[in-house]
Ligand binder design. Structure first.
Ligand SMILES: Cc1cc2nc3c(=O)[nH]c(=O)nc-3n(C[C@H](O)[C@H](O)[C@H](O)COP(=O)(O)OP(=O)(O)OC[C@H]3O[C@@H](n4cnc5c(N)ncnc54)[C@H](O)[C@@H]3O)c2cc1C
Length: 279
């Protein structure tokens, strides 16, 4: 849709050119959300795709995704990592999370991991991915500082993050130890291709990485809830963790009532943990 309040579009090519950013300015990444509804407060778009960030950097410590990396590029890694990093057993999870985004092929190719995370919708599938794999978000603060914040702290509520005016998300990091883990994934939505109502991911680290189990709850809740256990939790431990999620944290929208989400979350949590208890 035309954004008829926008008076200027700038496309900085270096970090120094990004600022100043103030009220009325919006970072433009893929634009799949920005151009999908009226944005009456926006006067200027600042296109970060001209900064030329390398989309994916693979290293010994994991994967660094530039904020501008497309969802399609994230998904493609599920195949290429099988050859380049056969010990990263979590590779299939990348594509699984991308498919949890209700989107056409066109959206997949254009939408970015940074845009998805900055929107901070409960159904943000890149938030699900990062929550399960110890994801951390690097922020270029408007005052020049650089912060690196775990995803579960970056998202503070539905469409709420720790970002302040003028802050820019630079990248998202997934740790190598999490990538070496086995994972189990469940998504439920009111319709087969519908927006996610609950996404449950369990991760079991390799023994050499400590053997712990991580259970991530997203979409069902307004922000990610991530639980750690010394090993695969039993039914009582799962129920105890589930009971700590506050009543007002269950997402309420057209894609599912809070009570239903609470119920299916417990069922799916048991399923993903049971899947990982098999050797
Ligand atoms: C058909 C359709 C289906 C969709 N389904 C889903 C869904 O299931 N789940 C979901 O979460 N979303 C969904 N969306 C919303 C959106 O398309 C995705 O969240 C997408 O990943 C956003 O990425 P983008 O790069 O297009 O962001 P943009 O539209 O460019 O930006 C989104 C927001 O993030 C800010 N932003 C972007 N990059 C940065 C950055 N680097 N630093 C700081 N701020 C930044 C922008 O200013 C803007 O406020 C859907 C959209 C459509 C049109």
């Amino acid at each position: 849709m035309d954004l008829n309040t926008v008076e200027e579009v700038s496309a900085p090519t270096s970090r120094a050119e990004l600022w100043p950013l103030g009220d009325g300015d919006a970072i433009l990444a893929g634009g799949t959300w920005l151009f999908s509804e009226p944005q009456s407060d926006i006067r200027r778009l600042v296109d970060v795709t001209a900064l030329g960030w390398t989309p994916v950097t693979l290293g010994d410590n994991g994967i660094e995704f530039a904020a501008t990396c497309s969802i399609a590029e994230v998904a493609r890694l599920s195949e290429t990592l099988l050859d380049s990093h056969p010990d990263w057993a979590a590779a299939p999870l990348l594509r699984q999370c991308c498919t949890a985004l209700l989107a056409s092929q066109k959206i997949w190719s254009t939408a970015t991991i940074g845009g998805n995370i900055c929107l901070a919708f409960p159904a943000g599938s890149m938030i699900s991915l990062a929550s399960a794999l110890d994801g951390a978000v690097t922020i270029w603060r408007a005052d020049g500082d650089v912060d690196r914040i775990p995803i579960a702290q970056f998202v503070t509520g539905s469409a709420q993050t720790v970002l302040s005016t003028g802050d820019v998300v630079r990248s998202v990091h997934l740790s190598a130890s999490a990538l070496r883990a086995r994972t189990a994934f469940r998504k439920i939505a009111p319709s087969p291709l519908g927006r996610s109502a609950a996404v449950l991911i369990a991760r079991r680290d390799a023994e050499a990485d400590g053997g712990r189990c991580v259970l991530s709850v997203t979409a069902a809740t307004v922000r990610p809830y991530v639980f750690e256990f010394p090993g695969v939790p039993d039914a009582d431990a799962i129920a105890a963790a589930h009971a700590t999620i506050p009543d007002d944290a269950w997402t309420e929208d057209a894609h599912g009532d809070p009570d239903w989400r609470r119920g299916v979350t417990l069922v799916l949590a048991r399923q993903v943990c049971a899947e990982l208890s098999c050797t």
